[in-house]
Design a protein around this ligand. Structure first.
Ligand SMILES: Nc1ncnc2c1ncn2[C@@H]1O[C@H](COP(=O)(O)OP(=O)(O)OP(=O)(O)O)[C@@H](O)[C@H]1O
Length: 686
């Protein structure tokens, strides 16, 4: 499309292009809907598969009235890819969530992930990337109502922050998390578009867009490597159900419907039911990477060198494989570092092969079927059972956790006596079914299962709030992307588990991606300046050395800290603060120590307010969510009322974790935060 000067009313022209693009999208959808597959499919299985693909395509081509079809335009100085000769015609591209073309196949809207779209995010006055003009569009209720231009090639034009960008960032939050395609920032874009081959780790304070970046990265990778990732699969790991619920609509809005979402607990839950909980000391040891060594030693202890020859009787003949020969096979299998289960399968074949060699030497001509038959011979089976028995992962872990001698034998020199005591079940269960397995136990069983048989690896895994994972949990996620790559997102200052990450290098080592690059995001898009400055007072105590977030949101008057004279008045004051916030537009989160939730829930109910649970969708009618501090992570609300900070701190086993929990709670607000307290505030807030 040649660049041309704007006609007298550019907005009218742009609206025309929007209408034409919508019509083109409709035509694309109708083309797919009109496909008749009866002639091309020979059988109903193919037909069903094809129909499902067509249905997905129709869904992906839906024109959602509330999501603008394009949000930007790039006018290139020259045709893209052409020789940059003086006077060459430029090209113009509309950038949107998806590709739309007209009846001739010419592009009306270009996918934001396409290479020609990248300068929309990256071009600057210093490095215009051949862009003459960048135009951003503003929408009101689906209507194109404004645009804003930057002439990057005009040296006279001054650098200024985009009003549309600012408005988008400050738009009130209602409902679940939204995509940020229209306003991805250059440093975020670099992470989003980094290659599929490498693992990226992003350290970033609250609201720096880590979650947003991770989700857009999956969408980008699916675009750039569609076939490969469709085959291998992609997964987003989040801290809990409410969080996953909060983010679940972002990828579908970007046209990506196939990405799995799970918590670490979901990933490892397949083998046992989790019904128990660990004391934190036990959980820390069970989550320590040394447990992987204990498990490896324990599983290998099942291998016993053969004491006797294997004697196979077939018909009138006896074949004898001497003990030393079997021992060689066992040593070789041990040295090959194959999975325990694979070696268990291989050993009978090796023994059978030795028998076959003897048969051939004796003039017989045995074939593969004979080898298989020998491998299944009762004498071979019995020998394998004695030498390399099958191991059930859950039974193995149960034995380690209930049999002090067995544990000691394999934890010797790895865990101290004290640590071994912590790991042992207080009340030893008799069977896998009867045991009250904990979340950390399930991770151990998952590790044991991987020692038996290799875990299936996906193409790409995003791990959000990664700082809360234990080393063993990193290993569990890492084996799910052992042949793929990962995006690791987190904030060391928000780690609230007893085993939380202290350094990203260590975490990446446990994940099995020691070569990953660590990037840092420092611009904050959620929390207003005053609020983040207040919360950052905690940083020296909770994560010394981490730089405070630089907020892009001014919002003066966004922080109110109010002392209530007496503890009995606190609930009423909190209800009043919620009512005050409800007079504003947007969502409201009342965050409180978990122990305070029942009292506050009752106080709100008595005042006639119903409230949502975290992750539940806010609507215009229902905007107030009651959030236990333990579930606040990753979420955000326009207005936050924070109840009694001291109780949030006291709700945790130690002060540092308490202050980190408070840091999370203090950094959930987009427009305003009211802190109410009857007890003195933690001194670190000074
Ligand atoms: N480039 C951007 N343009 C507009 N909004 C953005 C941008 N980047 C992030 N945001 C918004 O800022 C908010 C915070 O983003 P996000 O939840 O991804 O941050 P986070 O770093 O994961 O925070 P936390 O550490 O608290 O989990 C979200 O509402 C997100 O949409």
């Amino acid at each position: 499309m040649p660049a041309h000067e704007e006609s007298s009313n550019p907005l009218v022209k742009e609206r025309d292009h929007l209408a034409a693009s919508r019509a083109a999208l409709r035509a694309m959808r109708e083309d797919v809907q009109a496909l008749d597959i009866r002639d091309v499919t020979a059988n109903w299985v193919n037909a069903a598969v094809l129909q499902a693909q067509i249905d997905d395509r129709i869904k992906a081509l839906a024109d959602l009235s509330h999501t603008p079809l394009f949000f930007g335009r790039l006018d290139y100085l020259h045709a893209v890819g052409a020789e940059k000769t003086e006077g060459a015609e430029g090209e113009q591209f509309y950038i949107g969530r998806r590709h739309v073309h007209d009846a001739h196949g010419d592009p009306m809207v270009i996918d934001w992930r396409a290479p020609v779209s990248q300068p929309f995010y990256q071009a600057s006055r210093n490095n215009p990337l051949d862009v003459d003009r960048r135009r951003r569009f503003g929408y009101t209720g689906g209507e194109l109502t404004a645009y804003e231009d930057e002439r990057l090639s005009d040296p006279a034009e001054e650098e200024r922050t985009s009003k549309l960008l600012q408005a988008e960032i400050e738009r009130p939050r209602v409902g679940p998390m939204r995509d940020i395609v229209a306003t991805i920032q250059p440093e975020q874009d670099e992470i989003v578009r980094s290659g599929l081959g490498g693992t990226v780790c992003v350290q970033g304070g609250p609201g720096t867009g880590k979650t947003a970046v991770g989700l857009h990265r999956v969408a980008y990778l699916l675009y750039a490597h569609r076939e490969r990732l469709a085959r291998t699969g992609t997964l987003v790991v989040g801290p809990n159900r409410s969080f996953l619920h909060y983010i679940e609509q972002v990828l579908p809005a970007l046209g990506e419907l196939e990405v799995q979402q799970a918590t670490v607990e979901d990933l490892v839950a397949a083998r046992v039911e989790v019904r128990g909980t660990d004391e934190s000391a036990a959980a820390v040891i069970k989550g320590d990477a040394r447990m992987a060594d204990v498990l490896r030693r324990a599983i290998r202890s099942h291998v016993t060198p053969p004491a006797e020859p294997v004697v196979v009787v077939r018909g009138s003949r006896r074949w004898r494989v001497p003990a030393y020969a079997v021992e060689e096979m066992v040593s070789e299998l041990l040295a090959r570092d194959m999975r325990y289960g694979a070696a268990h399968e291989a050993l009978p074949q090796r023994i059978a092969h030795a028998v076959l060699v003897q048969m051939e030497a004796a003039g017989e001509a045995p074939d593969d079927r004979v080898q298989n038959a020998v491998a299944r011979n009762p004498a071979v089976k019995a020998a394998v059972k004695a030498i390399w028995p099958a191991v059930d992962p859950a039974k193995l872990v149960l034995r380690l956790l209930t049999d002090a001698d067995f544990l000691a034998a394999h934890a010797d020199g790895v865990l101290t006596d004290e640590e071994q005591k912590h790991v042992l079940m207080a009340r030893p269960a008799r069977s896998v079914k009867a045991a009250r397995w904990t979340a950390a136990d399930a991770v151990l069983i998952d590790e044991a299962a991987d020692l038996v048989a290799r875990t299936h690896s996906l193409g790409h895994v995003v791990i959000d709030e990664a700082q809360d994972l234990s080393p063993m949990q990193y290993r569990a996620v890492g084996r799910r992307c052992s042949t793929g790559s990962a995006t690791v997102l987190g904030d060391l200052a928000q780690g609230t588990t007893p085993w939380s990450t202290r350094s990203w290098e260590q975490a990446l080592f446990h994940l099995g991606k020691p070569d990953a690059v660590v990037e840092e995001l420092t611009a904050g898009f959620r929390v207003p300046r005053e609020v983040i400055a207040y919360a950052s007072r905690l940083l020296p105590a909770i994560s010394p050395g981490l730089a405070p977030v630089e907020s892009v949101r001014e919002t003066p008057g966004s922080l109110v800290v109010r002392e209530v004279a007496a503890a009995e008045e606190l609930d009423a004051a909190v209800v009043a603060a919620c009512e005050e916030s409800l007079r504003q537009e947007g969502s409201i989160g009342l965050i409180a120590a978990d122990a305070r939730i029942p009292a506050l829930s009752a106080a709100l109910a008595a005042a006639g307010h119903s409230c949502l649970s975290p992750g539940e969708e806010t609507t215009a009618q229902s905007r107030l969510t009651l959030v236990p501090a333990s579930l606040a992570k990753g979420l955000e609300y326009d207005y936050v009322v924070l109840d009694e900070p001291a109780a949030v701190v006291d709700g945790e086993p130690d002060e540092r974790t308490g202050l980190r929990r408070l840091y999370v709670a203090l950094t959930r607000a987009v427009s305003g935060l009211v802190v109410l307290h009857a007890s003195p505030l933690p001194e670190q807030l000074g």
